[in-house]
Design a binder for this molecule. Structure first.
Ligand SMILES: [Zn+2]
Length: 573
């Protein structure tokens, strides 16, 4: 009897405790502050293979809850901002894993030829820009493709016709070839007598010996010397414009792939003024023959930004080779149409020295390696660093940028040191303009191993996606569309380019969100929609999971939220 009575007491106590707990739990939301924002009626992406939620709530900078509409409605108070997602997909803010924000922003003040795929289109864009900007002493532009020009290269006469009154200079989409008009050549002192610099060429007409207007590789520096240099104010404005553009496209974080102290100060100035609408993870460009003193300087810069709420310094950027289009990517075997096998910027021992030195100091290494030879040298350097140094506290997350061709023998090597492949899927946008030169230069066998997202995923390698803007457009949707469909925005080719390498929409989205957070050691802060993480959120106009993946581009960005603050709102539906 007595024991039964005490058992009953225990049950009552336990029940009371549970109820009290529930009540306290429910009240905690009200007591510890208001709910600032709720997003309702969405399809809230909670990760690949997981059920989506309907809604989420934000307090301050962070996500408070993810769950059903009724729960978030209950949390909302009179002062809560309510956003109706109208059934659209709610994603973590996009993280661009590889971008050149300053040059991208500066490029917004130049002719953009990236979407001009015919001679007519190129001519129209340059002519219109020149007419619209009569005060510009130079007409500058970038982004032209080789294929619209007969013979694959433009001429100064073509540009003279478009810009007869001023110097004009346009760089190729891959950044490795320049196109000048006659006035620009004259200013740069480039005549028939100008010899080729080492690692470059002033292309000359075989009949007349006169420069054609094309400057290859190192010869571009002859022009850079006379180009109007952007002022500090120009650069600050460029970052501001780039930041606005990022918000419009749903990007809340960027990895700036190669920067230095001067640019970081500009980012910081903008942040202090409240106008920097992205979180920045910076990779510092390594100088030639980097010394321990250089590394000390890098360490100091990392410390300087250690407590910064929006800017983080944690990586170094190493350029190990060039690009396949210009035969400057370092291949294991010669090119298909050229006796050379490209060129590695660092000898293996020098690459290993720099990587080991920075690995020891706890830096992440981002190595630009496009050719299969450069990729192997980089993997070797990461292995050597792991052998020479104890594992850093946060573990190793070194990265290979681009990795456009990888030898099959190296497929399994990425997991060994947890090396991240940093892909820009839209670089493989399968238009004739973009891919023909690439595939011709390396031949069909190696071209069949381009941007092998699925193969690497199956090999267990991590991937992070980025744009490499301004090399191609900044819009993350283009990266995701390409990774998922292996087709152009217009759906070509219908069967897809290397369609077996396509990955799922959910995986592609994660590579453009969660993977970017992981790749900057920030997965406990952002990259997913979960309580306690930063409220970096993008709302798309459609439920992208309810339609065929090929229609992903139908969805546009409606709202971008950075740390709980709405930084972009499109035209309301
Ligand atoms: Zn880049």
């Amino acid at each position: 009897m007595e024991s039964r009575y005490s058992a009953l007491i225990v049950v009552v106590i336990v029940a009371a405790t549970l109820i009290a707990g529930l009540v306290v739990g429910a009240q905690r939301d009200d007591r510890s502050g208001p709910v600032d924002l709720v997003v309702l009626n969405g399809r809230v992406f909670t990760g690949a293979g997981r059920e989506p939620a309907e809604a989420l709530a934000v307090r301050g900078h962070e996500i408070l809850r993810v769950g059903p509409n009724r729960e978030m409605k209950r949390l909302a108070g009179a002062a809560t901002k309510v956003i109706d997602a109208h059934g659209g997909t709610v994603l973590p803010g996009f993280i661009d894993g590889h971008v050149h924000f300053v040059s991208g922003g500066l490029g917004m003040d130049r002719v953009n030829l990236l979407d001009a795929e015919s001679l007519d289109a190129i001519g129209k864009k340059i002519r219109e820009f020149a007419a619209a900007n009569p005060g510009h002493p130079w007409v500058l532009g970038r982004g032209w493709y080789y294929s619209p020009f007969p013979g694959g290269l433009p001429t100064r006469q073509q540009l003279d016709e478009l810009v007869p009154d001023r110097p004009a200079y346009m760089t190729c989409y891959d950044g490795h070839t320049g196109w000048a008009n006659t006035a620009a050549l004259k200013l740069a002192g480039i005549t028939a007598k100008k010899p080729d610099p080492a690692d470059g060429a002033v292309v000359k007409d075989p009949k007349t010996g006169e420069p054609t207007g094309v400057l290859k590789e190192a010869a571009m520096a002859l022009m850079s010397k006379v180009l109007p240099q952007p002022t500090r104010a120009d650069r600050l404005r460029a970052i501001r414009r780039a930041s606005e553009e990022a918000s419009r496209l749903g990007i809340t974080s960027i990895h700036e792939a190669g920067t230095g102290e001067a640019s970081l100060e500009l980012f910081e100035e903008l942040r202090e003024s409240g106008a920097l609408n992205v979180r920045v993870y910076a990779a510092l460009s390594v100088p030639d023959a980097m010394t321990e003193a250089d590394a000390d300087r890098f360490d100091a810069l990392r410390r300087k930004f250690a407590a910064n709420p929006q800017i983080k310094v944690g990586a170094i950027k190493v350029m190990e080779d060039g690009v396949i289009e210009a035969h400057t990517a370092a291949m294991l075997a010669p090119y298909a149409n050229n006796p050379s096998a490209g060129h590695a910027n660092y000898a293996p021992q020098e690459l290993q020295r720099v990587v080991a030195m920075m690995d020891r100091r706890g830096w992440q290494v981002m190595t630009h390696a496009i050719g299969d030879g450069a990729v192997r040298m980089t993997l070797d350097a990461y292995d050597a660093a792991a052998k020479a140094n104890p594992a850093p506290a946060a573990g190793r997350r070194h990265r290979i940028e681009h990795a456009e061709t990888i030898d099959p023998a190296d497929f399994p090597r990425f997991t060994r040191q947890n090396t991240i492949v940093s892909y820009m899927p839209f670089h493989a946008n399968p238009t004739p303009a973009q891919l023909t030169v690439w595939t011709t230069n390396i031949g069909p066998e190696r071209a069949a191993r381009g941007w092998i997202s699925r193969t690497l995923q199956q090999a267990g390698a991590r991937q992070v996606f980025g744009s490499d803007w301004p090399v191609v457009a900044l819009d993350p949707r283009l990266e995701i569309n390409m990774a998922v469909t292996r087709r152009t925005a217009d759906g070509l080719p219908a069967s897809g380019w290397l369609p077996d390498e396509a990955i799922s929409l959910a995986s592609a989205i994660e590579n453009m969100t969660a993977a970017g957070a992981y790749a900057s050691f920030d997965e406990s802060k952002k990259g997913r929609l979960a309580p306690g993480l930063l409220a970096d959120i993008v709302i798309l106009s459609k439920d992208v999971f309810a339609q065929p993946p090929a229609r992903f581009l139908d969805a546009v960005v409606d709202v971008t939220i950075l740390g709980g603050r709405v930084v972009y709102e499109g035209v309301p539906k």
